[in-house]
Design a protein around this ligand. Structure first.
Ligand code: RIB
Ligand code: CA
Length: 305
């Protein structure tokens, strides 16, 4: 059983990561922390509370950071919509509330369970950087940090930067330089999980045969996400954040290389780039290089049952 904390800025693909974690028999989610990222903190928290309540996922939700450490906040409403998670309709009145401070929750959970907790970050790294600064012992007490962020090649928000890193480069620099064991799911690997029309059709057919609330939420979110990505970036969306959860469910789907990576925080054109300083077997940064795409989508399909 893999125990984990998910720190996320709940938009469409963060939500799919939550659906996958909920459906996985070998994962135990200790808590979810909502952080400002592709939307405001209020929206990210609201989306997380509503989603987990709607799918009967009995997991505590905590409040993370309101915005990046230094830079001005950016959001991605062209991709995720005004609410940060447009698409699914949650009709139930929300009862669930935040359980409190997410950074203290991260620190306390890791320190009380040394070597046991996987920390998964699918938004900007603000909370993780603050937690590291507040209690540096988490660097050696966490089992591993799995992040969706960065790229060895091109970016997706600027020519050189990926969104989650660009949204808080100063936080990312702290995290990448602190020595923590990082599994980096960057665009190099996540772009191998572009959703196909056939996969969506398979989900729609299955939903008619054997309805599940998780699958319906997935389909409704994807309808919005596909349309917004086609409009904004002229391609179907990748399952960026779900790659982190798929790795925890079945690590053998992914292959990695150890690289030295630093984060650019000064460059006018390269702000937020994860700069590849080369392969180095002594590095603590495992960069996702390849995923078995067929098996990844099989796992996603199974998780939605
Ligand atoms: O670049 C992809 C990342 O930014 C994902 O975490 C996704 O949720 C988006 O906002
Ligand atoms: Ca995200």
């Amino acid at each position: 059983m893999e125990r984990l904390i998910l720190d996320c800025d709940t938009g469409q693909d963060d939500a799919i990561a939550i659906l996958m974690a909920h459906g996985a028999k070998n994962l135990a989610v200790e808590g979810i922390v909502a952080v400002a990222g592709n939307t405001t903190l209020e929206n990210a928290l609201e989306n997380t509370l509503k989603l987990t309540e709607d799918i009967d996922f009995n997991v505590p939700v905590y409040t993370g950071s309101r915005g990046p450490l230094i830079r001005k906040q950016i959001v991605a409403s062209a991709i995720h919509g005004e609410s940060g998670y447009d698409g699914p309709v949650f009709t139930k009145k929300r009862i669930k509330k935040s359980c409190g401070n997410g950074i203290d929750f991260i620190i306390n959970t890791i320190m009380q369970n040394p070597g046991e907790i996987n920390l998964v970050a699918t938004g900007p790294l603000t909370d993780i950087a603050i937690a590291i600064k507040k209690e540096p012992k988490i660097i050696t007490s966490v089992k591993r940090l799995i992040i969706m962020g960065g790229s060895l090649s091109k970016g997706n928000v600027t020519p050189s930067a990926e969104f989650n890193i660009y949204a808080d480069p100063e936080a990312a620099k702290i995290v990448f330089n602190c020595g923590i064991e990082i599994y980096m799911m960057g665009l190099d690997v996540t772009k191998q999980t572009i959703v196909s029309k056939d996969f969506m059709q398979k989900c729609i057919v299955k939903q008619k045969e054997k309805p599940s609330r998780s699958r319906q939420v997935f389909i409704d979110g994807m309808n919005f996400y596909i349309a917004s990505c086609m409009k904004a970036i002229r391609e179907a969306p990748s399952m960026h954040d779900p790659c982190c959860i798929a790795f925890l469910i079945n690590p053998s789907l992914f292959s990695f290389e150890k690289h030295l990576i630093d984060v650019e925080t000064k460059g006018e054109l390269t702000y937020g780039e994860t700069v590849d300083l080369g392969i180095n077997e002594n590095s603590n940064i495992h960069v996702g290089i390849k995923v078995d795409t067929k098996q990844f989508f099989e796992l996603l399909f199974q998780s939605l049952q």
